[in-house]
Design a protein around this ligand. Structure first.
Ligand SMILES: Cc1cc2nc3c(=O)[nH]c(=O)nc-3n(C[C@H](O)[C@H](O)[C@H](O)COP(=O)(O)OP(=O)(O)OC[C@H]3O[C@@H](n4cnc5c(N)ncnc54)[C@H](O)[C@@H]3O)c2cc1C
Length: 637
């Protein structure tokens, strides 16, 4: 089936404004009669719930954590992009649009990306008005720094804690509505099932994580803002409870999963140091503003970095990409780091690391200035590695960080299930095959503060919504389904832990469907995933009982979903027989190791329809039409 993204007509610059006008409105008195469910309280979910409450809708807001403000968004470090052109360095809405389309290797929908660039400026105003303490210049204007894939400085930041500060802003707006009675908070709840009535999304079933009871909630529409699925790889920079469960369960109810193989591997993370590790730590991309990436010219050089003379160092990003240097996009920087390590020139005890060196910046700007910009990141690095980055270069290596794939949505952020909207990292929409740094926060807040408040009204006003309550049989069926799954998990009573299975799956995905992929490896791993999944259901051990706080059970449910999802990710990687962005198929590369796209056959979004566990899903395609940029081989040279 050819999918329609419902992109409005007219010139690119006028599409959103025109669409806003053409969308039907819900009058203020009627807004009171609508109830909306928002799952997730990260930047996308909190912004949406607060904005919809402010508009007068009744909002039910769900999250896993004990407080909405503990969502994974709080971890975001480096910043948020906006085309304000405060630096007068040549930025514009069109340039942000262009950089994002190019950075995503021409695999995103033009109209969505342009709208994102347009809205970016409003986000900064909104957040500054909320009191978000963005860094400022001496004269009081907001400061900017550079991020990868751009030659302008358009990244707004609050030291290395931008996500935390933005989330506190969104949380304040959310709590204002909670106090006003427009938003009801449901923390410590895990959505397990999406409930459809007559083909429309009309509610959810959640597990109360404290009491273990299943609860049903009905509404006129359901919004998922449940984040990304990077933890499928076990080791990632994501918070430990990031998962695919909400989107996967919606997928099993008919929502298409788009581009699941588009995973972002971030070049600057603290390298893996041992098999005991359950999590990796990001070193923000902002560090590449001043840090220089290098390895020794000769393989097997074990001298401490300070003893390697300048002419025996290879600043490989500056050498290969003189225009963008250390600020090439993440996929390009990650692959270049992998390549020098594969050549045997990696550093550290494992040989799987490269240096990120601040010696020049410290000499040029002085320690105080470097501390002001990156102090908390340096401190974090020292606490984890016991090495002082003011004295010796950081050691870094790529790690799983973000997922560009997600549930398929149209221009209105609605999935193919009427009434199911998907926001933030959980949808596939704006970043194509590679996200540029500082663009996830921008997208999450754009979706929540500025897009959904309009498009949800269009849906509610344009569709008949007969009354549905949580005693409808569809809720009972969904509760039964969720309960049976839990019983099944507890009944296995095997001998391997949930984490052991997760680790095995994650390492396989990393090795075969990570930074580079090839046909035979993908075919092999697809079979292996099937085997692990089978073993999981025969040999996993899940302790405790369903009717209590049971974190082993929570993890088991999520890992079971990763095991089903992993196969879809691999199917997608196999079907996309080209290299693009973070999806690097070894069969398709230039002599210099750059990705080679196949625009003739793959300029589309691949959206998968679920047909059963272990059964080949059906592929639907949305063609990507480029009218405002020409498709070119990406070059950062
Ligand atoms: C270490 C790190 C640093 C980053 N730094 C930056 C940066 O500087 N700039 C940038 O642009 N991006 C950055 N990113 C990416 C960015 O932080 C995320 O993409 C973004 O915050 C995701 O926001 P979200 O609202 O979509 O989801 P999240 O913040 O992940 O929130 C998901 C929400 O859904 C809830 N949830 C999930 N599943 C369920 C379920 N089944 N039932 C109920 N609730 C559920 C969770 O409780 C949570 O409230 C960074 C990412 C990492 C890992």
């Amino acid at each position: 089936m050819a999918l329609d993204g419902h992109v409005p007509g007219g010139p690119l610059e006028q599409k959103w404004e025109r669409h806003q006008f053409e969308l039907k409105l819900v009058n203020p008195a009627n807004k009171r009669n609508h109830r909306l469910i928002v799952v997730g309280t990260g930047l996308a979910g909190a912004a949406a719930a607060a904005s919809l409450g402010e508009l007068g809708y009744n909002v039910l807001s769900f999250c896993l954590q004990d407080s909405p403000r503990r969502a994974h968004s709080i971890a975001a470090q480096g910043g948020i992009n906006a085309a304000k052109n405060y630096q007068n360095d040549g930025d514009s809405v069109f340039r942000l649009f262009y950089d994002t389309i190019k950075g995503g290797d021409y695999r995103a929908r033009e109209a969505n990306v342009y709208r994102l660039a347009q809205i970016s400026a409003n986000i900064i105003d909104q957040c500054a008005a909320q009191g978000v303490p963005f860094a400022r210049e001496y004269g009081g204007t907001l400061a900017n720094r550079s991020f990868g894939g751009a030659q302008v400085s358009r990244t707004f930041y609050a030291r290395g804690q931008t996500g935390q500060q933005l989330l506190l802003g969104a949380y304040s707006a959310l709590m204002r509505q909670a106090n006003a009675g427009k938003v009801t908070l449901f923390p410590r709840r895990e959505m397990l099932e999406l409930v459809l009535v007559d083909g429309q999304a009309r509610g959810i079933v959640v597990r109360n994580l404290v009491t273990g009871q299943l609860e049903s909630y009905a509404a006129d529409a359901v919004l998922l803002a449940t984040g990304g699925y990077g933890n499928a790889f076990y080791l990632s920079t994501n918070a430990k409870n990031c998962n695919v469960t909400a989107t996967w369960r919606a997928h099993k109810k008919g929502a298409f999963f788009a581009n699941p193989c588009f995973t972002q591997i971030h070049p600057t993370c603290i390298p893996v140091s041992g098999s005991y590790q359950a999590k990796l730590t990001l070193m923000s991309e902002s560090l590449r503003n001043d840090g220089r990436v290098w390895v020794p010219r000769q393989g097997g050089d074990t001298r401490p970095p300070g003893q390697v003379p300048e002419n025996e160092r290879d600043y490989f990003l500056e050498r290969r990409y003189p225009s963008f240097g250390n600020l090439v996009p993440r996929d390009v920087a990650s692959r270049a780091a992998k390549a020098v390590c594969d050549e045997g020139r990696g550093v550290g005890s494992t040989g799987r690391a490269v240096y990120l060196d601040f010696a020049d910046a410290l000499k040029r700007d002085g320690e105080e200035l470097v501390r002001q910009k990156y102090g908390n990141l340096f401190q974090m690095y020292e606490e984890i590695t016991t090495e002082d980055p003011y004295k010796t270069p950081m050691r870094i290596y790529p790690a799983v960080h973000y997922t560009m794939g997600g549930l398929w949505v149209d221009y209105d952020l609605m999935s193919n299930i009427p009434g199911l909207f998907v926001l933030g990292e959980a949808n596939f929409s704006d970043h194509g095959a590679n996200r540029l740094g500082a663009s996830a926060l921008m997208q999450g807040l754009a979706d929540g503060y500025f897009v959904i408040p309009y498009t949800i009204g269009g849906y509610l006003a344009g569709h008949p919504l007969p009354p549905v309550a949580s005693d409808h049989p569809a809720f009972k069926d969904a509760e039964r389904e969720a309960g049976e799954r839990t019983k099944k998990l507890l009944a296995v009573s095997g001998s391997r832990t949930v984490d052991e299975f997760h680790r095995e799956l994650g390492l396989l995905l990393w090795d075969y469907c990570g930074m580079s992929r090839n046909t035979s490896g993908l075919q092999e791993v697809r079979q292996k995933i099937g085997e692990i999944r089978e073993e999981f259901w025969q040999n996993v051990t899940v302790t405790g009982s369903p009717g209590e706080l049971n974190q082993t059970l929570e993890r088991a449910g999520r890992v079971a979903d990763f095991m089903e999802f992993g196969e879809t990710m691999v199917n997608d990687a196999l079907a996309r027989d080209e290299s693009c962005g973070g999806h690097f198929r070894e069969e398709h590369q230039t002599e210099e190791g750059e990705a080679v796209r196949d625009d003739e056959n793959f300029a589309h979004v691949a959206a998968w329809e679920f047909n059963g566990v272990g059964v080949e899903p059906t592929l639907h395609k949305e063609s990507l039409i480029f009218e405002n940029v020409s498709l070119m081989q990406r070059s950062y040279k």
